[in-house]
Structures are given as C-alpha cells and as structure tokens.
Design a protein around this ligand. Structure first.
Ligand SMILES: Cc1cc2nc3c(=O)[nH]c(=O)nc-3n(C[C@H](O)[C@H](O)[C@H](O)COP(=O)(O)OP(=O)(O)OC[C@H]3O[C@@H](n4cnc5c(N)ncnc54)[C@H](O)[C@@H]3O)c2cc1C
Length: 393
C-alpha cells in the first residue's frame, strides 16, 4: 500500500495549499462544531469565504463540471478536503453542497437542477435538512408530517426537530407522508421546500454547547407546489437514502481530528503547569493513543475513498468510518478536558479557562457527534448486518 500522492495529486495539493495560504483570512478558522459536519454560516465572514471559494470554482469540489462543480476526481476531492481541514478552513453550507445539491443532481429534473444548483454554487442559498421529528429519528420512516394534495400544490402540516441551520436557510429538504395507509417506507415524498412560504415557524433550540445551531420547525397549512417534489410521489424514502449516504460518508474528517490532537499537544508543550498537574507520563501516553487513533481514522477514510475511485459504493465501510471518527472525537475531547485539570471545565470568558474555554466547548460539542448522521447503535447495526451477515436485531 503506497499512501504517497501521485505526481498529479501532489501538484493539486500544492495548488490548494497555495490558495489557502493567500486567500483564507488569517483570523478565520472553522468553529469546533465543524467536527459535526454542520457549518451553518452563522458568522457572516464564513459567507464571504464561500464567495471566495465560488470565485475559484471550489464551492462544490465533488459535483460534475456539467453542473458547475469543480469536477475533481474522488482522490482530488479527498486531497482538497484534507487541506481544508488542515488549514481549519470553514465549510459553510455543507447541507446544501454536500447533501441537497448531490441529491438533486441524482434525482432532480433538468428544471429543478437549473433552479436550485446555481444558488448553492454562488453561496446565496443555504439549505437545511427536515428529516427528524419528535417521534422519528433512528426510525426515520415513522415520520408523521403530512402532505395532502390540493390542486397544483401539496399542503404540509406537522413538525420537524433538530433542524440545523433552519433559521438561516432559504430551502429545506423536507420528507413528508403523502400516503397515510401505505407501509411506512412507501408513503413518503421528498420536497424542496421554500422556507419563505407562509405557515412556517422556526423556533431555535440551544444545544448543550450553548450554540443555537438547530431548531424546531412547525408547518401550519404550508403550500408547496408539485413542481418542488424531488423524485416520484411516494418514493421519497429512496431519494432520502441517497441524501443519507452522502451524509454518512462525509460527516467526520480524520484530518480535523488529527489537527485537534496536535493542538492539544502544542498546549501541553507550552504549559509546564499542566504537565506537572496531570503527570507528564500519563499525558504523553494519552496523547500518543489519540494520535494513533486519528491516524486510523484517516486510513479508514482512505479506504472509503479508494472504493469510490473504483466505482464501489461504500456501505458498512462508511458506517465504520463514521462510528470510529465520532467516538474518537469524544475521546479527544475527554483527553482535552483532562489536560485542563480542574480548570478544563471552565467556559469561554473565564480568566482561568485554558485555551479560552475551548476544551470545555469541544467536550460539549462532541457529544452530538455520535447522534448526528445516525447514532453509533445504528452504525453498529449496519456493520453487524451488512458487514458480518448477522440477523436483524
Ligand atoms: C448535532 C446534531 C445535528 C442534527 N441535525 C439534524 C438536521 O439538520 N436535520 C435532521 O433531520 N436531523 C438532525 N439531527 C437529528 C439526528 O438525525 C437524530 O438525533 C438521530 O437520527 C437520532 O434520532 P433521535 O434523536 O430521535 O434518537 P432515537 O432514534 O430516539 O434514539 C434514542 C436512542 O436509542 C437508540 N436506538 C434507536 N433505535 C435503535 C435500534 N434500532 N437499535 C439500537 N439502538 C437504537 C439510539 O442509538 C439512541 O441511543 C441532528 C442531531 C444532532 C445531534
């Protein structure tokens, strides 16, 4: 196994590095909640950064050129993602670029592609994902939001929850039940909902890291035109699995985790008091373990990418990568808090908080990593069933 870049990939890597060195503002770095894969563009400067990427044609590295993407090979996309993560460059609007756009490219009509893709590429239109409901998360097909046909429209009633970035989005990928009596996977349709439609109420939910990144969204007789249905009536579940496949394989970035480990090591190198408090030997060993695990996370991603370059769709391999990376994010956060000793739990703004409260914030953010994009139990189920041939639980 040769992990070195081919000469073409090495040249491309250099091109990305040069671009980041000259174009990424020095004081702009991805917030730590980027480890959850949900950059919602709360910071206006992230939106400007998106426009800089747009000018270079790198907003959507994975999209085919025919649809305005960069048309990069799978390996080049991987190199691009690695370098972005290494530079801590923000990736705002991931839900549009990584999920909505690619799903529209696979399932959309030409008219839908024309209408929606350019707004994503220009950085104008942000999207959110209206899948989860209070009674439907892991068992997503139990969703109860209803869409009832009325002339040229459907009328939506119901509620979504945990909708990241709904308060900043122009559109939503919405799953709603169009056939109440059909088996649960068969009566769902997929809509590209305009968030400005009358009857939508977005109520913020503050997560345990004190970030108002997700919301409850209520629908009270919201009209959505039939032309905004993606894919066929009652076949939305199969469209949604495309979205979920894109989500699972893109959610955790091993290089971001490796960067965190290196930042923790730099913190310990600078702080003799930390080394004395926690004990040098245990700090060295614990950081070495996290460093090894971050390497493993990167190697697991290499496997997924290698499969993709050969045209094989990663399935349990994507679950292994997501599961390992998200649980590792939590281990790294725990190591970080431990390094801070008693001060490690202090929040941003407290004069004694190490790294201005980043250790504590990271710990609280990382909790969500094993829930978002499918919980660890669900990923283990996929691995057991599809990877090991175990019967369903
Ligand atoms: C940071 C973050 C951002 C999110 N953003 C969005 C978003 O933008 N849009 C969106 O639609 N959703 C979003 N979600 C919701 C996320 O998809 C759900 O939280 C997730 O699917 C789990 O669903 P649930 O919360 O309803 O938990 P439940 O499904 O109720 O699960 C509760 C517990 O039971 C376990 N469990 C459930 N079923 C099984 C089973 N079959 N076998 C074994 N154990 C099981 C779970 O693993 C979990 O531990 C987000 C979540 C987080 C944390």
């Amino acid at each position: 196994m040769d992990f070195r870049d081919s000469p073409e990939d090495a040249a491309f890597r250099q091109e990305v590095r040069d671009f980041l060195r000259t174009e990424l503002p020095h004081d702009l770095r991805a917030a730590d909640d980027a480890i959850l894969g949900v950059g919602i563009g709360e910071d206006e400067r992230e939106r400007d950064w998106l426009k800089t990427l747009a000018k270079r044609g790198w907003v959507a590295p994975a999209w085919p050129k025919a649809y305005g993407g960069a048309g990069l090979s799978v390996m080049q996309q991987f190199v691009f993602n690695e370098e972005m993560a290494r530079a801590a460059a923000p990736r705002p609007n991931f839900l549009a670029i990584g999920l909505a756009g690619p799903t529209i490219i696979v399932h959309g009509t030409e008219e839908q592609k024309r209408e929606h893709l350019s707004g994503i590429l220009s950085g104008e239109n942000f999207w959110c994902q209206g899948f989860s409901e209070p009674g439907a998360g892991s068992d997503l097909a139990s969703l109860q939001t209803r869409a009832v046909e009325d002339g040229d429209d459907y009328i939506i009633n119901g509620q979504k929850i945990w909708t990241s970035g709904a308060h900043r989005s122009q559109r939503m990928m919405l799953l709603a039940r169009t056939e109440a009596d059909a088996p649960k996977h068969k009566g769902i349709s997929y809509f590209l909902l305009n968030m400005q439609s009358p009857g939508i109420t977005v109520r913020p939910l503050t997560n345990m890291a004190d970030t108002p990144s997700f919301n409850e969204v209520f629908f009270d007789n919201v009209r959505v035109p039939k032309s905004d249905m993606l894919g066929e009536l009652n076949r939305g579940w199969y469209v949604a699995t495309t979205t979920l496949d894109f989500e699972r394989s893109g959610i955790i970035n091993g290089v971001s985790l490796q960067r965190l480990v290196h930042e923790l090591a730099a913190f310990v190198r600078e702080r003799k008091d930390v080394r004395d408090d926690v004990g040098l030997e245990s700090v060295r060993h614990e950081l070495a373990d996290r460093a090894i695990e971050a390497e493993i996370s990167i190697v697991l991603s290499y496997r997924v990418v290698t499969m993709q370059t050969k045209g094989i769709v990663p399935n349990q391999e994507a679950s292994i990568t997501k599961l390992f990376g998200s649980e590792l994010a939590q281990r790294i956060a725990r190591t970080g808090v431990k390094l801070g000793g008693l001060y490690g739990q202090l929040r941003q703004g407290s004069p004694r908080a190490p790294l201005n409260g980043r250790l504590d914030a990271l710990y609280r953010i990382a909790i969500g990593s094993t829930l978002a994009g499918g919980t660890s139990e669900i990923q283990r189920g996929v691995i057991a069933q599809r990877g090991l041939g175990m019967p369903r639980g």
